[in-house]
Design a protein around this ligand. Structure first.
Ligand code: ADP
Ligand code: ZN
Ligand code: MG
Length: 472
């Protein structure tokens, strides 16, 4: 039988603060083990946490970026459990009073995915398992790295919706400067809760939680594997057990990790060492004002106001730096379509070939605007625009100056061209005869000869007009 999947996500994001959430250790990725630890984040008795205000601001921004209510009051709790990567034997998190509640993101098929809450917590360390020696080593560099956990309602009904949501939320968090959202480095981690129910039913089944998903691709594969596994159990009249399962990329399967704990297993209680967080409406307004225009709003502007295609808009917003560059360029010359073309085709081509990004280039948005304008106003040909761009990319310089010094300015005066065309036609009388006898291809040849003679300043459109007149 086929079943309706029901899916909810828990997404952990590392915040882009300079220091950790309760101590002054650096918040960075990589480096040697246990080099960014202090008595506080390694859980020494008697040390006291001090809340990083930057983490609170970024968590609030995450809330604004996902249409949540950002609460004036939130508070921390202790979640008690023992694991070797958690030296205090409890995690400081927000249980009763999260910083954000009730947001949502609309995915591409129009489905609204509700966000239940976003809360602040600390990350745990990492265990490095050495199978050869048969030992595990603890690296506490990640202990106390500030996290937010974003919890959605079980509103997803397909793999595609999940993938789309993860991509959209990751992009918004990047724009807002909350998180760099590098799934492969673990700065954005997605846990998938999934259950099945018969189509048409509205009673949810028992869910399993899938952990260890470090790419959008493995989310897809893990969900598909899990749909199959749970379907097989239900088909045989069995019951799905509520548990946490680990996805193994190499085997492409999921394995039971532990049976699911209930909240009461953690003995949550209010964290006595951190006072509650109060944020005034004025402070919230100030934090909100720091968020740049988000990708969803830019997408709307590009497709609705500028008439770009969905693909073009999607490509431009896929990087904030690229989108910022585009927005700056269209401010100085409002030919939305041609600037989009120049950037998506020609500029991207140069970037891809060189491995650079738009933040590395030597030209400015104004330069691109000017280049497109010169071409649109027939001061230079389209072909020359490409050549000039390549020079700007390699050596820098202003488009108009390059056009002048390299002889790219088109001669829009027909009189000089007439002479050249007459000369070419008389030198190629034979080809002209054959063209007139029906060999259409020779028009291109004659065009080529004229342009060669006239140089890159010749306006191909004018050449074509005169040539057509003279030989037809
Ligand atoms: P708990 O308190 O046990 O962690 P929550 O209600 O907070 O449970 O849900 C945790 C996650 O599981 C959320 O992302 C939620 O959307 C998802 N979820 C809850 N029930 C189901 C279900 N029946 N099927 C799939 N996902 C579910
Ligand atoms: Zn520390
Ligand atoms: Mg929960």
């Amino acid at each position: 039988m086929r079943y309706q999947p029901v899916i909810g996500l828990e997404i952990h994001c590392e915040l882009l603060t300079d220091s950790k959430v309760f101590c002054g250790c650096q918040n960075e990725f990589g480096g040697s083990e246990n080099t960014r630890v202090c008595p506080r984040c390694s859980g020494m008795p008697g040390t006291l946490p001090v809340l990083n205000q930057g983490a609170v601001r970024l968590a609030a921004k995450a809330g604004f970026a996902t249409d949540c209510t950002v609460n004036n009051y939130s508070a921390f709790d202790r979640k008690n459990y023992f694991y070797p990567d958690l030296p205090k034997a409890y995690q400081i998190t927000q249980f009763e009073y999260p910083i954000c509640s009730n947001g949502h993101i609309t995915v591409s098929d129009g489905t609204d995915i509700r966000i239940n809450r976003i809360h602040i917590e600390e990350d745990a360390g990492k265990l490095v398992h050495d199978d050869y020696e048969g030992i595990s080593l603890a690296d506490y560099n990640r202990c106390g790295v500030p996290l937010i956990e974003i919890v959605t309602e079980p509103d997803f009904r397909s793999v595609e919706q999940v993938q789309d949501f993860v991509e959209k939320i990751a992009l918004r968090l990047k724009y807002a400067g909350v998180c760099d959202a590098k799934m492969e480095q673990g700065s954005l981690r997605v846990d998938v809760n999934i259950s099945l129910m018969p189509y048409g039913s509205n009673e949810f089944g028992t869910r399993a939680e899938l952990k260890n998903l470090n790419s959008v691709k493995s989310i897809e594969r893990a969900i598909n594997y899990e749909i199959q596994r749970q379907s097989d159990i239900l088909d045989k009249g069995g019951k799905v057990i509520q548990e946490t399962r680990r996805y193994n990329e190499n085997h492409d399967d999921t394995k039971a990790l532990r049976s699911k704990e209930e909240a009461h297993d953690y003995r949550y209680f209010p964290e006595p060492d951190i006072p509650p967080v109060y944020i005034t409406d004025a402070e919230l307004a100030e934090i909100k004002a720091e968020i740049p225009e988000l990708p969803n709003s830019r997408y709307k502007r590009y497709t609705k106001d500028y008439n770009l295609t969905p693909d073009e808009a999607e490509l431009i917003i896929s990087s904030k730096e690229f989108s910022d560059f585009y927005d700056a360029a269209i401010k100085s010359y409002n030919n939305y379509k041609q600037i989009s073309n120049m950037m998506l085709v020609e500029v991207n081509h140069l970037l891809n070939d060189s491995g650079l990004t738009i933040s590395d280039v030597r030209f400015t948005p104004d330069d691109i605007a000017e280049l497109v304008k010169l071409s649109e106003e027939s001061v230079i040909s389209k072909k020359s625009a490409k050549d000039i761009l390549a020079i700007m990319f390699k050596d820098g310089g202003k488009p108009e100056e390059i056009a002048k010094t390299h002889g790219f300015i088109m001669d829009n005066d027909a009189s000089g061209l007439e002479e050249i065309i007459d000369k070419v036609l008389s030198e190629n009388a034979d080809s002209v005869e054959r063209y007139k006898a029906g060999n259409q291809k020779l028009f291109g040849f004659l065009m080529g000869q004229v342009l060669k003679e006239a140089g890159k300043s010749a306006n191909p459109k004018i050449v074509k007009d005169i040539l057509t007149k003279k030989i037809s």
